[in-house]
Design a protein around this ligand. Structure first.
Ligand code: CO8
Length: 247
């Protein structure tokens, strides 16, 4: 486990995203490590948090310039599978967010059952400003959480919002100065509840129709055929405004 740290107790595992790169961007190895940590602990409540300055600022944009459309499709498909796996983990999964939860980082939080963030955390799906789209189920989960109209406004403009606004929208469940501590308190409450009833409740509330998630991965592959995608990643790396041409 090079990209995460795992702390275990009797009923809980805490997964800390801890990349060497600032703001904990997600690459496939990190995603696979998160998957493996949860897979190995099917009976445990899970908390996911980020070390240092952020939960996660999203997929590693610096890897995007070399990414072929087929790689993007596979990254998105596998990422989506991992997000579903998290959403379907039998016991509750809680995201404890500080700093930034953007793009794939926010999609990871959206796949969790509960989100707790600091008031000043910055959350959002800014993919469109990079010439791409959310690729880990963000379009679908935002639609489910917010309804079409608010989700469209949010995702189509790549809006970034603070934890406080996210709480008002229902995107996070609670704000706290110490999201990990708050998450631990909720985990302790779950630990005292009947696990069988909890598992059924989770399954009934979280079950879904998956076809549009597959379509999201298809579009995510196709978008990497465009010049706008290359322009979006180049502009981010060169720290300049992107100029999109629609090609
Ligand atoms: N990837 C790689 N490096 C990043 C990322 C990222 N997502 N975010 C920040 N960094 C790096 C910066 O490049 C910078 O590195 P360096 O110091 O070497 O220049 C360092 O972190 C600090 O960043 P900033 O200097 O930009 O710090 P600021 O405080 O000015 O800004 C922000 C912080 C607002 C978080 C800003 O860094 C930012 O906008 N980051 C990008 C956020 C973003 O757009 N995320 C979405 C990425 S796309 C995505 O997640 C798609 C998900 C689906 C994937 C599907 C499969 C491919």
């Amino acid at each position: 486990m090079n990209n995460i740290e795992v702390e275990k107790s009797e009923k809980l595992i805490k997964i800390w995203i801890r990349r060497e790169i600032p703001l904990n961007p997600l690459n496939m190895d990190t995603m696979e490590e998160i998957y493996e940590a949860i897979r190995a602990n099917p009976e445990k409540i899970v908390i996911i948090a980020g070390r240092n300055k952020a939960f996660s600022a999203g997929a590693d944009i610096k890897g995007f310039l070399e990414m072929k459309p087929s790689d993007a499709f596979h990254f998105s498909t596998r990422g989506n599978d991992i997000m579903h796996f998290i959403a379907q983990h039998p016991m509750p999964v809680i995201a404890a967010i500080h700093g930034y939860a953007l793009g794939g980082g926010f999609e990871l939080a959206l796949a969790c059952d509960l989100r707790i963030s600091t008031k000043d955390a910055v959350l959002g799906l800014p993919e469109v400003t990079l010439g791409i789209l959310p690729g880990f189920g963000g379009t679908q989960r935002m639609k489910e959480l917010l309804g079409e109209s608010i989700a469209f406004d949010f995702v189509s403009r790549g809006r970034k919002i603070k934890g406080e606004e996210a709480l008002n929208l229902g995107l996070v469940n609670y704000t706290s100065d110490d999201p990990v501590k708050f998450a631990e308190q909720i985990a302790e409450e779950y630990a005292g509840l009947p696990p069988i009833a909890l598992k059924y409740i989770k399954r009934l509330i979280r079950k879904r129709n998956d076809r549009l998630f597959e379509e999201e991965a298809e579009y995510f592959g196709k978008i990497f055929e465009t010049s706008d995608q290359k322009e979006g990643a180049s502009a981010f790396i060169e720290k300049r405004k992107a100029h999109f041409t629609g090609r």
